[in-house]
Design a binder for this molecule. Structure first.
Ligand code: HEM
Length: 343
């Protein structure tokens, strides 16, 4: 994948981290969906990319065959830190989801709406007088952190600038700088959880993380709690920044849709859903194929046939058509459109 016009080589020379892929994202994905059910990559440990909806769906639903326990990252950088519960399988994964879920229900999120509106207003006030803004930096990258760090995982306000800076480097900075920034946030969260462990409980998500869950019949280790906090932080920020940026990009390009929405707020929900599909913030999650030896004995569906061709257990990647049909798609190696707005 050296040049934009070399889409044909994507099937045999795919690289999720290649900037060319990010820059030609739509074309590359269209090409993969249309011409390449399973792409192959020699990068890092090597992996296959499933590009058809049915294959990706089956892969995502069968954790025994396609495990998350070895991590979601396809070609992890040196010193990569895993995140939980993402990098785990049931029953441990289920134990964590059971205690985390109440903080992410529709009702729990509804209760944050007024805060979100207030922060959005404050951010707009800061640049409204200028008559222009850099939408991602001035707005979309700020809003999720304000909600997360003030209401879901509340950290001391003074820590926010440093935290935001490292999160920004991890999410949008040069690839070589990302792992160290991730490490700094990990160290920060470790100290933060230690301080909260010694303080009065507040009945919030942090207390639930500190209480922990069982792993193989024993209380889970301390480190796992830090990895949980890390997942909540990184899961929640660049994803939402990306989704909001995609939305504003479409509205800027298609004023008729913007006018339509202003005239009928009932369509807003659909617009948000469609934006997340069109500009999926998460485009490919890695799974480790533990099924290769078994698939020859299974009924030969299209998916099984594809898996049969994977002669040894290895990494698989979910991408392309998946993003159009469900919310579960991936690339925490985040791409983000930068958009300038003028008025
Ligand atoms: C538009 C916004 C978002 C998108 C598109 C998105 C997408 C995803 C996807 C596709 C996964 C599954 C990854 C996998 O299969 O391995 C995931 C997992 C996760 N996300 Fe999000 N996410 C978003 C927002 C958030 C927010 C706001 C938070 C937290 C505040 C969050 C926290 C997490 C966590 C903790 C996991 C791991 C869950 C598990 O393993 O069961 N995400 N997200």
């Amino acid at each position: 994948m050296k040049k934009p016009d070399r889409l044909n080589s994507l099937g045999t020379d795919f690289d999720i981290d290649d900037p060319v892929f990010a820059e030609n994202f739509e074309d590359a994905l269209e090409h993969l969906v249309a011409h390449c059910p399973v792409a192959h990559s020699n990068r890092g440990p090597g992996y296959h990319a499933f590009n058809r909806y049915e294959d990706v769906r089956r892969c995502a639903q069968n954790w025994r065959a396609f495990s998350s326990a070895d991590g979601w990252m396809l070609d992890p950088p040196e010193g990569n830190i895993h995140i939980l519960p993402e990098d785990s399988d049931p029953p441990y994964h289920t134990n964590w989801r059971r205690v985390l879920n109440p903080f992410f229900t529709a009702q729990a999120v509804d209760e944050l709406e007024q805060h979100a509106r207030d922060y959005a207003g404050e951010l707009v006030d800061k640049f409204a007088g200028r008559g222009e803004c850099e939408y991602v930096a001035d707005f979309a990258a700020q809003l999720p952190g304000l909600i997360l760090f003030k209401h879901i995982l509340p950290v001391p306000v003074d820590d926010l600038p440093t935290l935001f800076k490292d999160i920004d480097i991890y999410s949008f900075g040069p690839i070589v700088d990302r792992a160290p920034a991730f490490g700094r946030v990990y160290v920060y969260l470790q100290g933060f959880l230690e301080a909260r462990r010694d303080a009065q409980p507040k009945g919030d998500l942090v207390d639930v993380i500190l209480a922990g869950v069982e792993r193989a019949g024993e209380p889970c280790p301390w480190d796992d709690k830090v990895h949980i906090a890390l997942d909540v932080v990184f899961g929640g920020l660049a994803t939402t920044t990306h989704a909001m940026s995609g939305a504003i990009y479409e509205l800027a390009r298609q004023p008729e849709i913007r006018r339509g929405l202003l005239g009928n707020e009932a369509h807003m929900h659909t617009a948000v859903e469609e934006t997340v599909r069109m500009h999926a913030p998460v485009v490919a999650v890695g799974r480790t194929d533990r099924s290769a030896r078994r698939t020859t004995r299974t009924r030969r569906s299209h998916c099984a046939e594809l898996r049969r061709r994977l002669t040894r257990p290895g990494r698989v990647l979910a991408t392309a058509e998946f993003r159009c049909r469900t919310r579960r798609s991936r690339s925490h190696s985040v791409r983000c459109r930068s958009a300038s707005l003028h008025w």
